[in-house]
Design a protein around this ligand. Structure first.
Ligand SMILES: NC(=O)c1ccc[n+]([C@@H]2O[C@H](COP(=O)([O-])OP(=O)(O)OC[C@H]3O[C@@H](n4cnc5c(N)ncnc54)[C@H](OP(=O)(O)O)[C@@H]3O)[C@@H](O)[C@H]2O)c1
Length: 249
């Protein structure tokens, strides 16, 4: 039975990944701050059979606890095959707002929290010579845009960290996959008006989770979700600076 940790599993994409993996027969450990929500989720799943789903309260910005929490997670699952990092925050940032508190929160959750727990997973997987690390990044990491400078920065940093992990860990047979979602209907984007039709239409967290799991199973290094966002990424990366500077995106 596959043993999986999903960090950031109390809602949205992380919750949907945990549920899809649980349905496939994996043993899953949900981690996030909202313990009550996670316990509600797993109590529904564990009703039918002997427990295969567990919850562990963890604030990823409590960096000093990462070691203790990771050890407890390994003990709860009885080992580890895959870890997903889906925790993320994206506070609304005004056009001329420079709010260091918000910016530090994004770097702490989106980057430093990932490093704190994924370093431990990397070390564990190196010793056991197998394992998969999956980071949920974003299309937002492709370029520094006007809208939310530090959200973009945090995802670009996460991409580079995951790429470096991949290059190290491929030598010991460990897979590292970077997932770059476009528009996914979750709490994070509940205040935004997103396209319901067309090529770039928003998809559900469940649909995203199914696509993400297929990508991970295919062994790809990185992928956009849905795939059409690869084209958007390509275009965005190739717009010359002097034009990009003038664009309102
Ligand atoms: N939705 C989109 O359109 C979209 C697009 C591109 C990328 N993404 C990325 O996808 C990932 C998942 O986001 P989502 O859309 O599924 O939003 P979401 O429903 O808001 O999920 C965010 C998750 O992060 C967890 N989290 C936040 N702060 C945390 C902390 N301090 N410690 C531990 N966990 C924390 C939350 O749990 P608690 O609050 O319980 O701690 C929650 O489980 C994020 O990295 C996001 O940047 C989303």
């Amino acid at each position: 039975m596959k043993k999986i940790i999903v960090v950031g599993a109390s809602s949205g994409i992380g919750k949907a990944i945990a549920e899809a993996e649980w349905k496939k027969g994996s043993k899953v450990l949900l981690m996030a701050r909202r313990e009550r929500e996670m316990n509600q989720i797993i109590s529904l799943w564990n009703k039918a059979e002997s427990p295969r789903a567990f919850a562990l309260a963890y604030d990823v910005t409590d960096f000093k606890s990462a070691d203790k929490v990771f050890t407890k997670a390994l003990k709860t699952l009885g080992g580890l095959d895959e870890i997903y990092y889906a925790s993320g925050v994206m506070p609304e940032v005004g056009k001329i707002e420079y709010n260091t508190t918000k910016d530090h929160a994004m770097m702490n959750v989106n980057v430093l929290g990932a490093i704190s727990i994924l370093n431990l997973a990397a070390s564990h997987f190196t010793n056991q010579k197998h394992g998969k690390i999956i980071g949920i990044s974003s299309i937002a990491g492709e370029r520094g845009r006007k809208g939310n400078p530090v959200y973009n920065t945090s995802k670009a940093a996460l991409n580079t960290y995951l790429e470096a992990l991949r290059n190290r860990l491929s030598e010991v047979g460990v897979q590292v996959t970077t997932i770059k979602p476009g528009f996914i209907r979750t709490e994070m984007v509940s205040g935004l008006v997103l396209p319901e039709k067309g090529l770039l239409k928003v998809i559900s967290a469940e649909d995203a989770a199914d696509r993400i799991i297929k990508i991970v199973e295919s062994g790809k290094d990185e992928a956009f979700v849905p795939g059409i966002w690869a084209l958007v990424g390509f275009i965005i990366r190739n717009i010359p600076n002097f034009i990009f500077k003038k664009m309102s995106i």
